[in-house]
Design a protein around this ligand. Structure first.
Ligand code: BGC
Length: 434
């Protein structure tokens, strides 16, 4: 049945029309017991100096997909205590952070006790600030040696990934509150949905070929650029084996899977929603059903689709600095989708907006939380709201010009300056009212 596009969009918007500040306050309810409030960040995007990771090579050669280099990033490798002090001081009770595989296993089969000690100190400091650590084991980057031998295109990659996860959890698992294997395991499937991807393919191929040449490694493969038809089944096996390995070491440590979960709305045939969801999630939903204790929702916007693909944002729509539509209502829709599709406890592990207008960040958070409340009222088990990100950090190929942070970071001095949105989310967290 064809539905008028405007009806659908109006319908979706009306369900979650922004409320006035007073109406929002009135309707607030206590968050469920144990609800996690906080922010998320990744190791590579914040630590700086990850010279042994595949992304570092690709930022530092030509041709490159990267607008600028990560360099020292936020220097969180040294300044993590400051980050935790800010997050804890705001009133958060959780911090989602990553460990960098290339530091823990700098060459194949060699596990660095010194780096594991570093991360142990970091997780202890995190806990000492009242923050429960949710630890990401892989956030888009791999060790250079792993990329050179074929990355997740190599058939033995699952065994290597599972070994790294086992070793890391053997040493650090006692300090983790929860862990996840891959961040946004379906990221390549998302990229394939984006308009203009065909035009970008030659540049990606040229960058990968240059990396292969520079390292004298014809098999060079980077997770973020590899063919999803090849890497998805191997990553799925890697996730399953890592899940089993972690459970073997620490049966009580919750192990989750996070996906990029954007709100798909059809401008035409409603059946297109399921078609595009299938393209975005591939077989990962089945993997989450069989091998995850919880599911991480990571939502930033909506995609309006028709028979020709993902359409540009509607005329007049407010755009974020990341280039897509400002649409905080997306979160409630993806939470409901995840609950129905995966059936595991839902954690919002990322949700955020890139803007220089902090009042819009506050509005985004409030509207997203109104959606979480509606989900809770409807009986959906949502257990966290983790904003992306605590800090302005290295936004991959876009570099440093896309500020998602609750806290600004000076690029020369690394001075952290919390924005009003940080205090705003902190107040909500302290009150534990949603
Ligand atoms: C990723 C982050 C990224 C953020 C904002 C998420 O998809 O996990 O690494 O910085 O989106 O674009």
């Amino acid at each position: 049945m064809a539905v008028d596009r405007r009806d659908l969009l109006i319908g979706a918007g009306a369900a979650l029309a922004p409320l006035s500040a007073a109406a929002r306050e009135e309707r607030k309810r206590p968050a469920p017991p144990g609800f996690l409030w906080g922010a998320a960040i990744s190791a590579y995007q914040s630590e700086g100096g990850n010279t042994n990771s595949d992304a570092w090579l690709m930022e530092n050669m030509r041709p490159s997909m990267f607008k600028e280099r990560s360099g020292d990033a936020c220097d969180s490798y040294h300044r993590y205590a400051e980050d935790f002090a800010i997050a804890g001081g705001l009133g958060f009770n959780c911090y989602r952070l990553g460990v960098e595989w290339a530091r823990i296993e700098p060459s194949e089969g060699y596990f660095s006790e010194a780096e594991l000690d570093h991360y142990a100190r970091m997780l202890e400091t995190c806990r000492a600030r009242g923050l429960k650590p949710m630890v990401t084991l892989n956030h888009f980057t791999t060790p250079l040696w792993f990329a050179k031998r074929g990355g997740f295109e190599a058939p033995d990659a699952p065994a290597l990934f599972a070994r790294y996860c086992r070793k890391t959890v053997e040493r650090l698992g006692c300090l983790m509150h929860m862990t996840t294997t891959f961040n946004e395991a379906n990221i390549r499937l998302l990229v394939d949905l984006m308009p203009g991807v065909q035009q970008a393919i030659p540049a990606v191929k040229a960058a990968v070929a240059a990396a292969a040449k520079a390292t004298d490694s014809p098999r060079f493969s980077r997770l973020a650029y590899a063919d999803p038809r090849v890497v998805s089944p191997i990553m799925q096996e890697a996730h399953r084996r890592a899940y089993d390995a972690i459970k073997d070491v620490r049966p009580n440590l919750p192990v989750g899977l996070t996906l990029t979960t954007q709100d798909i709305q059809s401008a035409g045939d409603p059946d297109l929603v399921a078609v595009y969801q299938r393209r975005l999630y591939g077989d990962w939903v089945e993997v989450a059903r069989s091998h995850a204790d919880f599911f991480g929702v990571q939502t930033y916007t909506r995609f309006i689709v028709d028979e020709t693909g993902v359409r540009p944002p509607p005329p007049g729509a407010e755009l974020t600095l990341a280039g897509y539509e400002f649409y905080p209502q997306a979160l409630a829709n993806t939470i409901r989708w995840a609950h129905a599709a995966v059936g595991k406890p839902i954690y919002v592990t990322e949700n955020g907006v890139a803007t220089r207008d902090d009042a819009r960040r506050i509005a985004f958070i409030d509207q997203a939380l109104a959606g979480v409340r509606q989900c809770l009222d409807g009986g959906v088990p949502v257990h966290s709201y983790l904003y992306w990100s605590l800090l302005d950090n290295f936004e991959w190929t876009s570099g440093y010009g896309v500020p998602f942070g609750l806290v600004a970071v000076d690029r020369q001095t690394f001075k952290r300056t919390p924005r009003p949105s940080a205090a705003h989310l902190g107040r909500i967290a302290r009150a534990n009212l949603i």
